[in-house]
Design a binder for this molecule. Sequence first.
Ligand code: FRU
Length: 491
Amino acid sequence: MTEDLRALAQEAIAAWHAREDPDYPKFHVAPPVGRLNDPNGLVVRDGVYHAFYQFSPFHPDRALVYWGHASSPDLTRWQDHGPAIVPDSWYDRSGAYSGNALVSGDEVLFHYTGNVRRGDGGRETYQCLVTSSDLATFVKLADNPVISGQPEGYTAHFRDPQVWADPDGGFRMCIGAQRADETGCALLFRSDDLRSWRLEGELRFPDAGGRFDAFGYMWECPSLIRVPDVDGERMHDVLVFCPQGIEPSGEGFENIFACGYVVGRLDGADLRDTGDFFELDRGFEFYAPQTFAREPDASGPVLLAAWLGTASEDHQPSVDHGWVHTLSVARELRVRDGRLLQRPVVNLGAGRDATPTVSGELADGEVALDTLAGSRSFALGFTLDPAAADGWGLRIGTDASHVDFAVTGNQLVVDRATTRYPHGGRRTVTLPDDRRLRVEVFHDRSVTEVFLAEGAVSFSMRSYLAEGAGGVRLRAVGAVALTDVSAARFD
Ligand code: FRU
């Protein structure tokens, strides 16, 4: 008898109690059981945010990836809906891998990669289409796959389609690929009907002086997005992608696989006027981001979310409670001076107001933010004028178990060595010289995301403090002026 994979996943969810784990986050998407990795099919529909994600309900016993589904009215209060795409077809039997959403008429269309592992150790790759009119039932196209295998000259590492409607008509797809010579690239396809696709060619970078010709061995999760400038007047084309195999270079690229972007101007299959490749987030865990699709002609900010995990870090404390990994909070993107700014979007109104009374001049020393005392899930924002200070810092947690952010001059040092997270502890980030220091901190049980310099720098990570450790202290070396403080408690 063939297995009922949907029922098996639902049983796994029903049998588990991940939410009782004190490390389970309050306002980040996490799996109800098993493993989560990339965000998929992010979409805003009828004012509701939907986050699908790579979901392995039987982890670690059996590696089989579904799409899970969560939704939220405000990107803060999430409800899980269980499995959406189930890998029960011949073309996705080893996993329903990553892809995106496209709203078309009354339907949401999801493209994803069907992964098939062969008995001889090889793999086959199929691009597939699923439709849904209610986001409760998901129907695989009877004629799947829409692309079988990979084009000549490329290996079976061909996955993670991003499909969008071309304003000039028809549809385009950007997909991650590996050339036969084992260098990474993104391929572009075109279609008039979303059923038959023709290869347009590789995405080229004519103004980059060869910078991206041999840039890693595989590009995962590439997406071409349009992002407004901070002044709102210009739009930029931005390629977001995850090149595997980029060596660490002094500071930066320290995670196992890099995740970043190139700003340019898309002209056919050419990304012109390109800047350099910048990492999206400087934290220990951040990968495979994508942006929320919207209804055609709907306006709204460009919102991006990522997986706060990396390929080599499944071993962490939550595994003992039957779940692992989370998504990031959503971030609104804009471009300033050729680089992305990220503004976190969290509804503080969903928590309890906990704005501390500290404000104005902070003298040399340390101040505990009393309204957040002991809190293990909170948001905190403030503006600093560090010009008068020699340095400043934040300690989340206790002296025995904490995450530290310490800024001296334009050097930020982040230290999580005293947490229960077993994969690496300390990192240095050079902040931009012109740093308007709005600071936003989101600490949510076992996840911490910090945004500095109006979102020019973001730093995301897992941060399992000792049991019960919480709260936050601000430190000043010399006088620091503190204004516009806001805070909310989620526990
Ligand atoms: C990135 C990735 C994708 C793939 C998916 C499989 O983390 O490897 O390339 O589609 O995860 O879960």
